[in-house]
Design a protein around this ligand. Structure first.
Ligand code: SAH
Length: 356
């Protein structure tokens, strides 16, 4: 891990591993065992004044000399349909990002953001409309999970890095986050219960394969030919489909983890039967390894002018893939009444700010 959180002027101590926190705690004149207590409290999402077994003087020192980058809840929406909770979290500098807490039969899952805004420019996406402001620190990504657990009183069983931002454009902080969130002394979320979604930054996929972290790689494909994909996702001009699939295959070979592909259906752009047939072909030739396709109905973002197809279209698309031997499912939409897809609350708040 390259970035050292104690290098900053005010130490970002929630980004520290227990070992780094031990050294920091000692530097503040405290006994090393206080670091384990502090790490465990932070993993629970507790504010400093709730850490009652830590000396008040130590907590004061942490507040004054360090910076506890625990996100605050700016807004919270709860779905009346399925109990999905959407948070708008405010970082210590005022930047806001979204997280979505979902309940499935097999447990809970939290979708977290990795950046404030996004630089990737995908045509259909709300998160990238105003570009990227900055990457989140490991603490700010971890904090979304910890504070959600604190606020709901529930355990977060799994995490998907599918919120605002491109996780592989914030590589070091995301890898640090993966170490922190899976640490048994903290949240202890198994890496096998974590998915990282990327638009396809090929060199970083190879890097991630080499980290020895068994996370599921989820790749946003959204098209089966380079022309269509480049029109929807500018990143494809840099890393075209063949190179991307070669990286996915390498990821599978190195980690043994089945790669999953996201394919958002957009009316008239990528949702025809021919698109499905070509997708099956491209995956079979390019991957030659087990994979799964998650079909997503476009969540319409007014500014993009793109439209979502009929549900029947999605079923036809899925059947075409399955009949050609490709695993595919349509993603169930949770929190439909609270617009739980990411990027839209942050956008609303930015607009409100501009109008003020
Ligand atoms: N940057 C990462 C992760 C964030 S987006 C990535 O590109 O994978 C999470 C998923 O939602 C991606 O598959 C993304 O393409 C998709 N997505 C973004 N906007 C969407 C929209 N309006 N409707 C449906 N899916 C969308």
């Amino acid at each position: 891990m390259t970035n050292n959180p104690s290098d900053t002027v005010r130490a970002d101590f929630m980004s520290m591993t227990p070992e780094e926190l031990g050294a920091y705690t000692v530097s503040l004149g405290e006994k090393p065992y206080r670091a384990a207590q502090l790490f465990s409290w932070m993993a629970k999402g507790a504010p400093l004044d709730a850490m009652t077994n830590l000396p008040a003087a130590f907590r004061k020192k942490l507040a004054e000399e360090g910076e506890y980058r625990r996100p605050e809840i700016e807004r919270k929406l709860v779905s009346a349909i399925d109990g999905t909770v959407k948070y708008l979290y405010r970082m210590t500098d005022g930047e806001c990002v979204e997280s979505v807490f979902m309940h499935y039969e097999h447990g809970t899952s939290l979708c977290v953001s990795s950046q404030a805004g996004c630089a990737m420019g995908c045509r259909f996406c709300a998160s990238t409309l105003n570009g990227k402001v900055r990457s989140l620190t490991a603490s700010e990504i971890l904090g979304q999970a910890a504070v959600t657990a604190y606020d709901t009183g529930e355990r977060v069983d799994g995490i998907v890095l599918m919120g605002i931002g491109e996780p592989l454009d914030n590589y070091d902080n995301v890898v640090r986050f993966l170490h922190l969130v899976s640490d048994e002394r903290g949240m202890g979320i198994g890496l096998r219960h974590i998915s990282l979604s990327t638009c396809g930054l090929v060199p970083r996929i190879y890097d991630l394969a080499g980290e020895g972290l068994p996370v599921t790689l989820s790749v946003s494909l959204h098209a089966s030919d380079d022309e269509t994909r480049s029109a929807l996702m500018p990143v494809n001009r840099r890393y075209p489909i063949a190179e991307l699939l070669a990286a996915c295959r390498a990821y599978f070979e190195k980690t043994g983890r089945r790669v999953s592909f996201e394919y958002t259906l957009i009316a008239g752009r990528n949702d025809s039967r021919e698109d499905a047939a070509r997708l099956a072909d491209v995956l079979k030739k390019g991957m030659r390894a087990p994979c799964h396709v998650n079909l997503i109905l476009l969540n319409e973002v007014k500014e993009t002018g793109l439209e979502t197809p009929q549900k029947a279209r999605a079923n036809e698309f899925m059947n075409e893939l399955v009949s050609r031997g490709v695993n595919a499912t349509i993603r169930r939409r949770l929190g439909a009444d609270i617009n739980a897809s990411c990027g839209q609350l942050r956008l609303q708040r930015q607009k409100a700010g501009e109008g003020a």
